[in-house]
Design a binder for this molecule. Structure first.
Ligand code: GRF
Length: 205
């Protein structure tokens, strides 16, 4: 059993997929905290509906990154978070938090990294860029979080074909289905201690 802290800025469908996997007995974990930089995020509403700790924490509430990071670490420790799952969290994780939770922060990205990632590559921008590139496959990537956007080691990926008739909206829908499939799987591997991390790669047994 592992304690997951979910960070989300939006509606929280990946968070919901994680909860579903736990409820179905597929993921041996509990969500002990949901944190959002947005007070009105759908993810916080889901958390409250499930009586889970729901915390609104934003850099704007603090004078500098150091005090923001300290507050984030306090919340993580208070709730005994062992692994952080970013699920549509649109802010950078302060470097002190990355350091303290090195190899224990995951993110899900709606494309096949290392392509179509980085600052500004989120939401519909990703799917628009994929279609504009003429790429024949897209997909979802679960990766470790380091100091750079979308640059940490890849944990799990699944591809989906880009069809000639796809629009950013239809592609987003197909990719989201895959996200909901692979994020709980990646977390399950961490929860079951089946993950080996070295300098260049992550392997799941
Ligand atoms: C997902 O597409 C995820 O890949 C990206 O942000 C989106 C979040 O969606 N990081 P949701 O809030 O989980 O529905």
């Amino acid at each position: 059993m592992i304690n997951i802290g979910v960070f989300a800025s939006g509606r929280g469908s990946n968070f919901q997929a994680i909860l579903n996997a736990i409820q179905e007995g597929l993921l041996p974990a509990r969500v002990v905290l949901v944190l959002s930089n947005k007070g009105d995020a759908g993810a916080l509403e889901i958390a409250r509906a499930y009586s889970l700790a729901a915390v609104h924490l934003s850099q704007k509430q603090f004078p500098d990154e150091g005090s923001f990071a300290a507050a984030m670490l306090d919340v993580l420790k208070k709730h005994n978070v062992q692994i952080v799952a970013l699920a549509g969290y649109l802010k950078k994780i302060p470097s002190n938090v990355v350091r303290e939770y090195r190899n224990r922060i995951l993110n899900i990205h709606p494309a096949l990294l290392p392509s179509f990632g980085g600052a500004g590559m989120y939401g519909h921008y990703v799917h628009e860029a994929v279609i504009a590139s003429g790429a024949k496959f897209s997909g979802a990537t679960v990766h470790l979080v380091d100091e750079e956007y979308d640059r940490g080691l890849i944990v799990l990926q699944k591809a989906v074909a880009v069809e000639v008739c796809d629009t950013p909206e239809t592609l987003a829908e197909k990719v989201l289905t895959i996200e909901h499939e692979i994020y709980p799987l990646a977390l399950k591997a961490f929860a079951e201690n089946r993950v080996t991390i070295n300098e260049r790669s992550v392997w799941i047994r």
